[in-house]
Design a protein around this ligand. Structure first.
Ligand code: NZQ
Ligand code: ZN
Length: 388
């Protein structure tokens, strides 16, 4: 196992009715900015619960944070934060609202010349302060409720970039599984596969003598494969919703990724498909992962076989036959939810290949993946394999 540090300061309040606890969680006397998206929270009762809990507080609203939150929109929020002397942000929504709010929290106190640097110069500049924030999660998927990551899209240039900072960990996150009941089916599906692939990014690499992380990861993969269909079969099944929600949070709160190699190539390539073609984040991952499993089958052989044996129960055949069956079963899992795994299914043709390569080249990226050996040539092969 590699050396690691683990730090996760997020207080999680999990369960039915927990939104009422907001009253005791937000700081007294705070000027609160309540951030949300396109209005789903006004249809499913979450907004009323939040406002009821905050009725004694000074709350200003900032709505309209879109899916794959736009830098342009968020900068309007930053202007509001400054004008209204906001000192606490409360994000109520899915990953997009949470990520957008994290960016606003950092950008509001950014002393550099251009807040876009927070994203475009990731790793070269450091966010050393941010306004405090809390969250009420309405869509289990991204893990944003319990991590210090934010992904933002600049609409003007179609760049979708991420940053991380310990300063944007939520102070608290409220996870009430009942929010799952009002989610459109496609968002539940996106959430299940996003969480599944978060685990894969931290698991499907090479062995690192880390059985704790491996078995945690396998338990999350198995849980998502079992509970996902239950959530979809009965949209009012509280227990299934609760297990799905907790699995999605655990998938990306840092725990399973400590001390082990991590990949993230599926996400990096997937972000380009969202930025260029607006394909949902979860769907992009289902297009790319099977291609990576195929092109990197040798590199990932030991973990592919371990995943096959322990999660998919594939034990018969030669190594190659087993890996073929593992890739097929993984695709079947995505397709069982109605997700398409080829670019042609989304109206995208071979023009995507030079476009994606050009964008990686422009950013100076030559290779990605857990060994840093998934080259631009490999990315082209993966996209080509996934064309139709
Ligand atoms: O805008 P509203 O009206 O709220 O509607 C949203 C949105 O249209 C709707 N929705 C959310 N909760 C609902 C609901 N509708 C009914 N009932 C509810 N309870 O769902 C739609 C999608 O929401 P969005 O927040 O965009 O989805 P998701 O949570 O999947 O977030 C995706 C974003 O997170 C980023 C993605 O790249 C993408 O930008 N990610 C963030 C990560 C992180 N912070 O660690 C990691 C992930 O890999 C991912 O990259
Ligand atoms: Zn993701």
């Amino acid at each position: 196992m590699k050396n690691f540090e683990f730090y996760n300061p997020v207080k999680v309040c999990f369960g039915k009715g927990e939104i009422a606890k907001l009253t005791g969680l937000v700081p007294l006397e705070a000027n609160i900015l309540l951030t949300y998206g396109g209005g789903s929270i006004k249809k499913n009762g979450v907004y009323e619960q939040v406002m009821e809990a905050l009725k004694e507080f000074n709350v200003i609203e900032f709505s309209g944070i879109e899916a794959n939150p736009h830098y342009e929109t968020l900068m309007n929020g930053v202007a509001l934060i400054k004008a209204q002397h906001i000192d606490f942000l409360l994000a109520v929504g899915g990953g997009s609202v949470l990520d957008g709010t994290k960016f606003m929290a950092a950008a509001a106190l950014w002393e550099g010349s251009d807040p876009w640097d927070i994203l475009s110069k990731r790793g070269k500049v450091r966010v050393d302060k941010a306004l405090p924030l809390g969250t009420v999660l309405t869509l289990p998927a991204t893990g944003s409720e319990m991590n210090g990551t934010s992904v933002v899209t600049r609409w003007e240039t179609k760049d979708k970039l991420a940053f991380d900072s310990v300063h944007v960990f939520p102070r608290f996150s409220i996870l009430d599984p009942e929010v799952v009941f009002s989610l459109p089916r496609i968002q539940v599906v996106n959430g299940i596969v996003d969480a599944f692939i978060h685990v894969m990014e931290q698991y499907l690499t090479y062995p690192a003598n880390a059985p704790v992380q491996d078995r945690f990861a396998e338990s999350l993969l198995t849980t998502l494969m079992e509970e996902g269909p239950r959530v979809l079969a009965d949209r009012t099944d509280y227990d299934a919703a609760a297990n799905f929600m907790w699995a999605a949070t655990m998938a990306l709160n840092g725990l399973i990724g400590v001390g082990v190699p991590q990949d993230w190539a599926t996400h990096m390539i997937g972000h380009e498909l969202t930025a260029l073609h607006g394909i949902d984040h979860g769907q992009t991952l289902c297009i790319i992962l099977p291609g990576i499993m195929q092109i990197k089958r040798k590199n990932k052989e030991e973990k592919l076989l371990q995943f096959g044996q322990r999660v998919l129960k594939i034990t018969e055949g030669t190594t190659n036959q087993k890996i073929d069956a593992i890739i097929e079963k993984t695709i079947d899992f995505f397709e069982s939810f109605g997700i398409k795994t080829k670019l042609a299914d989304y109206g995208v043709g071979s023009e995507i290949i030079p476009q994606v390569i050009e964008r990686f080249t422009k950013r100076g990226i030559k290779a990605i993946g857990e060994r840093g050996d998934l080259t631009l040539e490999d990315i082209a092969k993966i996209l080509d394999l996934q064309l139709k």
